[in-house]
Ligand binder design. Sequence first.
Ligand code: NOJ
Length: 557
Amino acid sequence: MNKTWWKESVVYQIYPRSFCDSNGDGIGDLKGIQSKLDYLKELGINVIWMSPVYKSPNDDNGYDISDYQDIMTEFGTMADFDELLAAAHERGIRIVMDLVVNHTSDEHPWFIESRSSKENPKRDYYIWREPVDGHEPNNWGSAFSGSAWEWDEKTQMYYLHCFSKKQPDLNWENPKVRDDVFAMMDWWCQKGIDGFRMDVISMISKKEGLPDVPTDGGLYGNCMYGTCNGPHVHEYLQEMNQKVLSKYDLMTVGECAGVTIEEAKKYANAEGTELNMVFQFEHTSLDSGTMDKWCKKPIPLKELKENLSKWETELEGKAWNSLYFCNHDQPRIVSRLGDDSPLSAKCIATVLHMMQGTPYVYQGEELGMTNCPFGSIENYRDLESINAYHELTEAGLRQPEELLECIAYKSRDNARTPMQWNSGKNGGFTEGTPWIMVNPNYKEINAEQELADPDSVFHYYQQLIALRRSSIWSDIIVYGHYELLAPEDPQVFAYTREYEGRKLLVICNLSAEKVSFEIPGSVSWTQADRLIGNYEKQELSIKTELRPWEAEVWSIL
Ligand code: NOJ
């Protein structure tokens, strides 16, 4: 297996809008991020992935870009960006940009031109279709509710938008679109950025003929079926790789909705002809219903173990895994798989950070930040949650109270409440009025207190990251062979890692109860040293009693 810096890194994701506000307008900004670089350095991460900071009308908080080569007014200026990049580099921290090129904003000049007339040279930059029998060209629904087609009065045609109607899909079949995107990427690389996280990149090549797709019991066809892993996606990424990525030393990670193991082996192939790694969604969909994500069901632990182990085993040597539980689209893992307690936060972190792959920490995860009690739908800001609430209740498909409970559990806004820096006003996020409510638990959960407490979730993450990045343990934690133990155990997630005759044993009780666990006979040792654990140390014995949420990692010989 080739060794590279991006395999040995730990990435920290920043959602700039909610990270730190330096000017009191209630919205996080680039100067705010810069003021927290020393905090991140102390945590020990060495790569930052920033959610989009480009100019945007903010229909989807920056995932709708109107100028790829300018900075969102609320976040600052290009000079602020350049300063931030330099300040991060000075500290040995690299910056990975979000690349959103499945779609633009409808306010992007390309779309403004495209919709101006059927003859405009940019017309073919987007996906325009004539009506069929007086209605939409197919049954595709947008990921944010409603049809994926919007009627354009002026030119009497529909355009495709897999997300909001302010996010028209680019037509990647047009070589001019690809060239313009590649030129823009090259411009950022010349600036010295360190990589790209590619938004829904698995969706850029649509199915030939745009056919109707199954509805899965919903009101519209699930547009993922018509867009994910399409006929030319690998061709386009190889072209991107040849024309841009291969010229620089970058980290690339594709957000790949609908990716399977077989597809991941192509996207993240070890020969490096496309991307470095992908975000897959199988493990974060285990608590979805058959119809959609809006249900409240616990993550089935045995299936989680099986799923993550499958990715570990099947990509080994062939592609590279990204390791994540949290991001700006996921509810907080400590409220989803844990019980909001610091102990459970540490246990869950151990499961993830001892696996093979590149780990991603989402802002606040390192503090054990939890889901937020939003209460009424008026307190939500995310268009996915708000649109789903109205669409499903108005169609009589769901009862408002029941749906609101599911939204409380799954809404993306759970991840988007302001970072909790201290116990002062607005958790230290802003002097002004925050754009979204602050989680009321900021007085108990915040960075300042955790930095002062050696036993905090922060310091536990710091230790996990330090182990992975240390000269002694890096090889085995980053590259070691993974093997699941006790697959049938309903509460304990245990596995081994092995590298050149050395072995690690990871045991995590993912339950709030005491459980007995017997280490399988395949694992033996004469000497055991504990690397990390979330309780005071006990001897390692074949039959152990694990305490609630107990996690421990042993080096065994
Ligand atoms: C995936 C992003 O992670 C999400 O936040 C966004 O809404 C959609 N793509 C559309 O860009």
